[in-house]
Design a protein around this ligand. Structure first.
Ligand code: C2O
Ligand code: CU
Length: 460
């Protein structure tokens, strides 16, 4: 079972060599088994064991590690009592392996398994989680998620390579995960009051002089936008949503917001200054909590001289988007409560499961026609128009997009797969639809996704 673990998840990667090869002459690829099953966990200060769901008995699930361009084979075994499927979030892999049950594959029924086999084209920090309409929120919330690291073809040297998984939990007084509340879906989604990092309350990382560490932050919370602050040290963002940023940068005032599903790779050249408190803090509803403590180590310096700049190889994504020729697709978010003239929230009547819409339609799975269909290689300008009174985090499968600046033809100097759109705002994104198949677009606030805010597009 996944009991409370204190260590930062370094070195827990499942090396793909040495795993049992599947029987059968055609399958030369080592295959790892990934089983989703009921489990339990101990939270500090909670008297009872909390019933969870876990991959291979761990929360987060095993770190799956593969080298860029190399193939990976995972046999997913569903030991839950509900159908499931595994989505490889952010990976630009073949459509049939995307794991969006109902769209790219049939649901994997209890007791059944599904063989995923793919070759990640991009190095970086990715993750995996269930993707099954009607039950994603419950399964992911209960602990089904894990990190997938694609190592650079040319290895990048750091002294510590650490995975930091942020989640939040809604626990009842009995220590059990609270059942889904319809109000969560109608508002900001489920925001658990207990925030954890690798399932514990906080992590301690020690840094020697001239030591260089790579932190891979992953926000797996169902709906929380992780509002982070890098405090007391200089953290350089080298990758966002897996892909290297154009030029590494230090965020303004140390502020970093990660939407649900979002990742950031941060390089820290240590140690932090003695005395001052250094680390990564999160704003939990106004209360600022230290999630990661960076502690100067008393040990000797790692190197006699300061480190050279950290450089990640550029990604294989195109650098220039010819926006004039883009196909313009508006995606209008509506639904949920409204603000009444008296300043109070007004709830629409008779909301069943469908409270949110995209372009006027509320999804109840993946039936119906695609939102749009484009030829392979087309440039798409996706205009995300948020007419609701809540923020949303729009995620596009199988592609990476640029966020365009509102008033000129510039864009943010990095790629994303999930974009936060604040209430009342419009954000334009652009991407090259170069991956054939059927791909989902949805709000990654999973409660919103499950209550209508989902659609799909096709690349032919
Ligand atoms: Cu990370 Cu469609 O999801
Ligand atoms: Cu949303």
């Amino acid at each position: 079972g996944s009991l409370n673990r204190r260590q930062v998840m370094a070195g827990l990667g499942v090396a793909l060599t040495g795993l049992a090869a599947p029987r059968g002459a055609s399958a030369a690829l080592p295959t790892m088994a990934l089983a989703a099953a009921p489990d339990e966990m101990i939270f500090s200060g909670v008297p009872a064991r909390t019933r969870t769901l876990a991959y291979n008995g761990m929360i987060p699930g095993p770190i799956i590690r593969v080298r860029q361009g190399e193939a990976l084979a995972v046999r997913f075994v569903n030991k839950l009592d509900k159908p499931s499927a595994v989505h490889w979030h952010g990976l630009r892999i073949a459509n049939a392996m995307d794991g969006a049950a109902g769209l790219t594959q049939p649901p994997v029924q209890p007791g059944e398994s599904f063989y995923y086999r793919f070759q990640p084209p991009d190095a970086g920090t990715f993750w995996y989680h269930p993707h099954i309409h009607g039950d994603t929120a419950r399964q992911q919330d209960a602990g089904l998620y894990g990190v997938l690291i694609v190592d650079e073809e040319e290895p990048v040297s750091v002294d510590q390579d650490l995975v930091l998984v942020i989640d939040d939990w809604s626990l009842g007084p009995d220590g059990q995960i609270l059942p889904p509340a319809p109000a969560d879906a109608m508002h900001a989604g489920r925001i658990g009051s207990r925030i954890t990092i690798n399932t514990v309350d906080d992590e301690y990382i020690t840094l020697a002089p001239n030591e260089r560490i790579r932190l891979r932050l992953v926000n797996v919370a169902n709906s929380r936008i992780a509002r982070l602050a890098l405090a007391g040290f200089t953290g350089t963002i080298v990758a966002i949503d897996g892909h290297p940023v154009d030029t590494p940068f230090v965020p303004n005032n140390g502020r970093l917001d990660l939407p649900p599903g979002g990742r950031a790779d941060i390089v820290v050249d240590g140690p932090p200054a003695e005395g001052a408190e250094a680390g990564i803090a999160i704003n939990n509803n106004g209360e600022v909590v230290m999630l990661v403590h960076l502690v100067p180590s008393k040990g000797p310096a790692k190197r006699p001289v300061p480190l050279p700049p950290f450089v990640l190889a550029r990604s294989s994504l195109p650098a220039v988007l010819a926006l004039q020729r883009a196909k313009r697709v508006p995606l209008v978010m509506e639904g949920g409560p409204r603000m009444g003239v008296d300043g109070t929230m007004q709830h629409a009547m008779g909301m069943g499961g469908s409270v949110w819409t995209l372009n006027g339609k509320s999804s109840d799975g993946h039936g119906g026609p695609p939102l749009f269909s484009v030829k392979r290689g087309s440039l798409v300008d996706l205009g995300l128009v948020n007419k609701t009174i809540f923020a949303h985090a729009i995620h596009v499968h199988g592609h990476a997009m640029r966020i365009l600046h509102p008033f000129d033809d510039e864009w943010q100097p990095y790629w994303v797969d999930t974009v936060t759109v604040a209430d009342g705002e419009t954000v334009h994104t652009a991407f090259i639809a170069d991956n054939p198949g059927k791909w989902m677009i949805h709000c990654h606030m999973v409660e919103h996704q499950e209550s209508g805010m989902a659609t799909w597009f096709e690349v032919t």
